[in-house]
Design a protein around this ligand. Structure first.
Ligand code: SAM
Length: 285
């Protein structure tokens, strides 16, 4: 059973709604009401949320531009036994929002850091996209400048996992155009206004999504979920690379059979072939 929350000297990362106020959890409410202060990305915005909840906890601003000065102050307060919550404008602090540097510093000083989980646009968009969600790769916001953005996209060309991007409405068309030009017409689900009244998923591929947003100007908040590289775009691993991976799995404690099964799941290759490869390696040594 969990002790009473919030506890003294603990840093809480509290997830807040990404649109629908009903998504704030009772636990988040309890922690926000009980901590000594709340570090907010934007005190006006969080002030509205807290006002709606009838919470009067002291707020301090904590954002990209003042975090270097704020972190030592918050660490001193934690050391003195204060319970502190961090919230961003929406979703989980630390996901394309301030929080990460404070968590690193707090952990380095041996402080307890606890996340009170809540909505997050990455996972919300991913699980409703219809694309594989078992393995995914979150890229956040790509660079705003065209050349740098396209370079980052080229680096992802053979990434087999489902890709998730955040994008501002005024750059959505440019992102979709670049993804189409660099990666081809892959399956996509462009999630718009998640958890809100006008929630929408636009797809099923990049060309269709692009043509939709060319005729309907993008408005609201967007998370783009894109299919990973098709098999043909993935460089095939050589036998010796596969054998090495198998040997490493065996060295880590797996049986030969389990090593072959695990690598088969990751590569889509037949378990029996991988098992044979492991044995052929032994014949050579
Ligand atoms: N920390 C937040 C989280 O956990 O999702 C993300 C903050 S980031 C500054 C804001 C971006 O997240 C938006 O530009 C958009 O790409 C995505 N996003 C946030 N809310 C969204 C929503 N309701 N629908 C779709 N995307 C959203």
């Amino acid at each position: 059973m969990q002790g009473a929350e919030p506890a003294a000297g603990v840093l809480y990362l509290v997830g807040t709604p990404i649109g629908n106020l009903g998504d704030l959890s009772p636990r988040a409410r309890q922690v926000l009401a009980g901590v000594d202060r709340i570090a907010c990305e934007d005190t006006r915005r969080s002030g509205l949320l807290l006002h709606n909840l009838g919470i009067k906890t002291r707020m301090v601003s904590f954002h990209e531009h003042n975090q270097a000065a704020r972190i030592p102050e918050l660490l001193t307060a934690l050391e003195a036994g204060e319970a502190i919550a961090v919230v961003s404008d929406a979703g989980l602090p630390g996901i394309s929002d301030p929080g990460e540097a404070l968590v690193m510093a707090a952990r380095q000083q041996g402080r307890t850091v606890i996340c009170v989980p809540g909505p997050c646009a990455v996972t919300t968009a991913l699980v409703s996209s219809g694309l594989p969600a078992g393995r995914f790769c979150f890229e956040g916001f790509l660079p705003a400048k065209g050349q740098q953005r396209r370079q980052r996209i080229r680096e992802l060309v053979s990434e087999p996992r489902t890709l998730v991007f955040y994008e501002a409405p005024h750059r959505l068309l440019a992102l979709l155009e670049d993804l189409l030009a660099e990666l081809g017409d892959r399956p996509v689900a462009v999630a718009r206004e998640l958890t809100k009244r006008h929630e929408q998923q636009v797809g099923p591929n990049l060309s269709a999504a692009l043509s939709h947003f060319q005729s309907t100007a993008p408005q609201g908040e967007f998370t783009v979920v894109l299919g990973g590289a098709p098999d043909a775009e993935r460089p095939a691993a050589s036998d010796s690379e596969l054998r090495l991976q198998l040997q490493q799995l065996v060295a880590s404690g797996l049986s030969r059979s389990d090593a072959a099964r695990q690598l088969a799941q990751h590569t889509g290759l037949a378990k029996r072939e991988l098992y044979a490869l492991l044995h052929s390696g032994e014949d050579q040594s």
